[in-house]
Design a protein around this ligand. Structure first.
Ligand code: HEC
Ligand code: HEC
Length: 469
């Protein structure tokens, strides 16, 4: 644990792909395979996505290879494709469910105190983050709140991937003691007792169970794993059938919120406009990002090797890696990242293979072969870099305040990893201030166009407008 790094890595810094050169001699087969997978994750099909202009588009400018090689690289990252299907949630693309979910995302009654909602920590005016290193609601979290923009592409949710879908993810903060700190029984009663919530729910998901018998369905209760906890006792005292009925309502609440989150798409950034310009030669589009940002993109794809992990049009390979950040106060001393996340997602009754999934077969490819292994210690999810400028601070502990700090971190790599060992692809880049600023300018060019403002707050009622009221 805590293996070091440093001077020994520097000598390799100049070669174009130090990663592949380094792994072969000294590393176990599993790492070589992981490296090959990584390499595959960086799509190689850019050349298909648009005809290169013969001599027409000279827009790359700053590059060493002219427009065509630059286009081949740039086209791997643009445009943002359609949102992928989500078969474990039958309501994923149901507009009424998304409407109801948009209400629930902002409804503070889904909290123990009545004061907190998802939007407390995922504020649309703060890039769907909260601007804090650690979030504050019922308590204080031990990780930084990532943005909800573009999370529909995530194979895994949370920094450790302990949820395998939007809907399974949404259920956790509702019950988490540091977040909304309520319980699934309280949520089910709220939906059943509030006439508008009930109307919306039943119109989308069908009849609610009869929860009126307080002896069978206590006001509060959830599994907490602590037999001395009254909430756990209330839950354990119910029949299996009644628990299933409440879990079904709870899963539907998650599926509605998920349908809303799938609408939170923000592509169409200046970077995308520039890539179109490389394809069609339009000078206005070629001017959509600065020469500095273009130079930054070339460092990103070149010496930086950033695209091995921040790959493709979402700028993420949707996998987990250890970039070797030092421990910071506020995070848990024993935060092992992905290693712990695997155990949680496999045991989650709301995972894609479970009783509340609408298509368990579709989840097999993700969960069926998932195993815990020592390589996962200290790994965290590779975040998307689209819209990254909107939601500082950065990293799982919010330990880096600005994008300049992040790029400087990769340039210097002067931190001692809290757990495990840093991915060997990462070597100090020794970038000067101008190079760091150019990569930041590139990252800032990934902020998407302004979204539909109606997505940025609750609807006027939980009941979809189209139903007529
Ligand atoms: C107290 C603040 C807080 C509240 C309230 C909260 N979240 Fe979060 N959210 C976080 C934090 C912190 C994380 C990262 C936690 C981790 O990775 O362990 C997170 C992670 C997420 C993610 C994963 C994003 C990714 O890229 O992996 C999604 C999606 C999300 N929250 C949606 C929601 C929804 C939906 C709700 C309401 C049901 C909600 N959050 C309520 C703080 C909060
Ligand atoms: C080996 C895989 C890997 C490589 C290569 C890599 N990153 Fe990352 N990146 C990650 C992971 C994993 C995280 C999250 C780390 C954490 O929180 O512990 C991250 C986080 C980030 C973040 C913060 C995003 C956020 O929302 O908090 C930025 C910005 C970033 N990387 C940019 C870059 C740039 C620029 C490069 C190239 C110089 C690069 N990365 C190279 C894996 C990688």
């Amino acid at each position: 644990m805590g293996r070091g790094h440093g001077a020994g890595y520097r000598s390799r810094g100049g070669s174009p792909h130090p990663f592949l050169a380094r792994i072969v001699p000294e590393t176990p087969l599993s790492t070589v395979l992981a490296a090959l997978l990584l390499a595959c994750a960086a799509p190689d099909d850019g050349a298909d996505s648009g005809p290169a202009m013969d001599g027409g588009a000279d827009g790359g400018g700053a590059g060493d290879g002219g427009a065509d090689p630059l286009l081949a690289l740039a086209a791997q990252h643009s445009p943002l494709p359609a949102v992928p299907a989500e078969p474990t949630n039958a309501w994923a693309d149901d507009p009424d469910a998304a409407w109801f979910g948009r209400w629930l995302f902002y409804d503070t009654r889904l909290s123990g105190s009545g004061a907190h909602s998802c939007a407390t920590c995922h504020d649309p005016t703060l890039g769907f983050g909260d601007g804090l290193a650690f979030s504050q609601a019922a308590g204080t979290t031990t990780r930084h709140a990532p943005t909800v923009w573009n999370t529909a592409w995530n194979d895994w949710m949370f920094w450790d991937g302990r949820a395998d879908s939007h809907w399974a993810q949404a259920l956790k903060p509702i019950e988490d003691e540091a977040e909304q700190a309520t319980s699934r029984l309280a949520v089910a009663h709220l939906v059943a007792d509030d006439p508008l919530l009930r109307t919306a729910y039943e119109g989308i998901f069908g009849a609610l169970p009869d929860l009126s018998d307080g002896a069978r369905f206590p006001a509060q209760g959830k599994p907490t794993g602590d037999p001395d906890d009254p909430l756990d006792q209330a839950w354990a005292g119910m029949t299996e059938e009644d628990r299933h009925a409440v879990d079904l309502v709870f899963s539907h609440v998650g599926k509605a919120i998920a349908a809303y989150e799938r609408q939170l798409v923000r592509g169409d950034a200046p970077f995308d406009r520039w890539v179109e310009g490389l394809q069609d030669g339009d000078p206005d589009k070629l001017a959509a990002i600065s020469q500095e940002a273009i130079a930054g993109f070339e460092l990103y794809r070149g010496q930086g090797n950033c695209h091995f992990c921040h790959a493709g049009p979402t700028f993420s390979n949707h996998s987990f890696h250890n970039v070797g950040l030092a421990w910071v106060p506020g995070t848990r001393k024993d935060d092992l990242g992905r290693y712990d996340g695997i155990a949680v997602v496999l045991a989650d009754p709301f995972n894609g293979l479970g009783a509340f999934s609408d298509d368990p077969d579709a989840a097999l490819y993700k969960l069926g072969y998932l195993v815990q292994g020592p390589d996962q210690v200290g790994q965290f999810k590779v975040p998307s870099l689209r819209n990254v400028a909107l939601s500082p601070p950065y990293m799982h502990g919010g330990q880096l305040s600005t994008l300049t700090d992040v790029v400087r971190f990769y340039s210097e790599l002067d931190q001692e990893p809290a757990w495990g060992h840093r991915e060997e692809l990462l070597v100090p880049l020794d970038w000067d201030d101008a190079q760091i600023a150019s990569v930041v300018a590139f990252l800032e060019s990934l902020t998407g166009a302004d979204p539909d403002p109606t997505l940025l707050g609750p609807p006027s009622s939980p009941v979809p407008e189209s139903w007529g009221r």
